[in-house]
Design a protein around this ligand. Structure first.
Ligand code: ADP
Length: 480
């Protein structure tokens, strides 16, 4: 695993030293894991130029040939899942089982897109003119710049990069400064799999240089598409940058997912779903239940059941401890945000039923927390939490729940737990979000589209739609 820790970036098929480095920390211990190349704008331009050159030949390969290389990459990731999982736990803190799960999820994107790249069909269009024939083909858009976050340091990369690569595009990736090693490990295996120089580049950079590098990636005339996952605030900056050269943008931004439990729900299944959605990776996922709405008829029973589940199933610890299910938050700022939300809820009348404080068992640890009596004026209801707080809002009617669920500028995902089929349909159609999960807490799969309504983003990742972000549709008209 330590062989993947490198202070070099990966540009044009070469491992590049930049002279300057920044440090990467283990979020549980606070110890330095290693240093990482601090690339500046010059290196970003070099990577874009390499990707531009490589695009000329990569786009000419058949989809079958590209698939062959990607399948080797997928196989290598699977072979290395333990080492990659340990690396992921080291830099991001998530419990090892979840890290290995993410590595497998990352490999599944590589494999699925390798296959799906063979099916970028155009259409033939019934012509309205007797002397003309009409058709479309799809073509790769060009160099794709990608900026990824720390919460899924492997899967967010392959979900974006493989859609682009199989379409025939080349990639310049900037991973999060918190988790550069998982990205570099993927580059290492991409190289071994035979991905040619310049096709997949990884430019690591410190927080100090990120604004400069990010701006270049979003304004350079040779970049055709930008794909970003991260905070809504950063997404808006990048969208503005990209306007000057009209790049195709896909943005996966923040969420504020409602999880609604109706009176008719199977309570134990609703608790299972809420636990999985809320506490996976300590609540640091953009689709995790941010607001848990529970109908009055089952409110007390649900609260008692989730309290019991939290006390039994959630074990805080270092991600390498086999029993740990709750690891650290990513950094001190994240802990402060969660602490602030709990204090705000308590000030406004919320009741802490479980947890509520920092834990001293490690750095950046916050206790899994259950708060009841939550109202929509509390920060935990209108500010994305990104931490292990489960706030319970009691509601009376379906209309009220839908109104609360939609009272936000975010619209990434939502969850409905109900035993009434008609209600499931009605509510899932009314929730303003790109993803609705019914009677189920975990929904992600490479085969399905991921993306948001409203300010949660633009475009879709994964699924047959994911490649559209990296392809142009060309209409060809034939006179006969
Ligand atoms: P978080 O606060 O959760 O880290 P960010 O949106 O700040 O969310 O980070 C997500 C990704 O965006 C990371 O790779 C980060 O380095 C990058 N990033 C942050 N600010 C900028 C910026 N101004 N330009 C380009 N990328 C940025």
């Amino acid at each position: 695993m330590t062989s993947y820790i490198t202070d070099k970036a990966y540009v044009n098929g070469k491992w590049l030293s930049t002279g300057k480095t920044f440090e990467v920390y283990n979020p549980f211990t606070g110890e330095v894991i290693g240093s990482s190349a601090d690339c500046d704008g010059k290196v970003a331009v070099e990577a874009i130029q390499a990707a531009t050159e490589a695009f000329k030949t990569w786009k000419e390969l058949t989809a079958k040939d590209r698939a062959g290389i990607l399948k080797k990459w997928a196989a290598l990731i699977v072979e290395e899942k333990r080492a990659l999982g340990e690396l992921l736990t080291l830099e991001n803190g998530k419990p090892l089982a979840q890290s290995i799960g993410e590595v497998m999820f990352a490999a599944n994107f590589v494999e699925w897109y390798a296959e799906e790249g063979k099916r970028t069909y155009g259409i033939t269009i019934p012509s309205p003119h007797p002397s003309k024939r009409m058709m479309t083909i799809k073509q790769p858009i060009g160099v794709a710049a990608m900026i990824t976050p720390w919460n899924f340091p492997s899967a967010m990369i392959t979900r974006k990069a493989c859609a682009a690569l199989v379409a025939g595009c080349t990639v310049v990736l900037k991973p999060s400064e918190e988790t550069p090693y998982s990205a570099l490990a993927l580059a290492n295996l991409a190289e071994k799999a035979g991905i040619p120089p310049g096709v997949f580049n990884v430019v690591t950079t410190s927080r100090e240089n990120v604004a400069e590098v990010g701006k270049i990636m979003c304004t350079h005339p040779s970049v055709a598409a930008v794909s970003f996952t991260g905070s809504t605030a950063t997404g808006k900056i990048l969208l503005q940058h990209a306007a000057s050269t009209v790049k195709k943008m896909s943005l996966e931004l923040g969420g504020l997912a409602p999880l609604i439990v109706f009176n008719s729900a199977d309570i134990s299944n609703a608790v299972k779903g809420a636990m999985a959605s809320k506490f996976r990776y300590s609540g640091q996922t953009c689709v995790c239940a941010n607001r848990i709405l529970v109908q009055s008829g089952i409110h007390d029973e649900f609260v008692a059941a989730i309290q019991k589940a939290m006390e039994k199933e959630l074990v805080m610890g270092h991600g390498m401890q086999p029993e740990a299910t709750i690891g650290p938050l990513i950094n001190e700022a994240a802990v402060q945000k969660v602490e602030n939300q709990v204090a705000d809820a308590v000030k406004l009348g919320g009741k802490v039923v479980v947890g509520g404080s920092r834990s001293k068992i490690g750095k950046n640890m916050f206790e899994p927390t259950l708060i009841t009596g939550v109202t929509t004026s509390m920060k935990c209801c209108f500010e994305e939490t990104f931490g292990p707080i489960a706030p319970i809002i009691k509601f009376e009617t379906e209309e009220e729940a839908i109104a609360i669920a939609n009272d936000t500028t975010s619209g990434l995902s939502g969850y409905v737990f109900s035993g009434d089929v008609s209600q499931c349909w009605r509510v899932s159609e009314k929730i303003e979000a790109g993803i609705v999960s019914i009677n189920e807490g975990l929904f992600s799969a490479p085969e399905t589209p991921f993306g948001g309504y409203k300010q949660s983003g633009l475009g879709r990742e994964g699924s047959i739609y994911g490649m559209d972000e990296f392809m142009e549709v060309k209409y060809i008209c034939w006179g006969i």
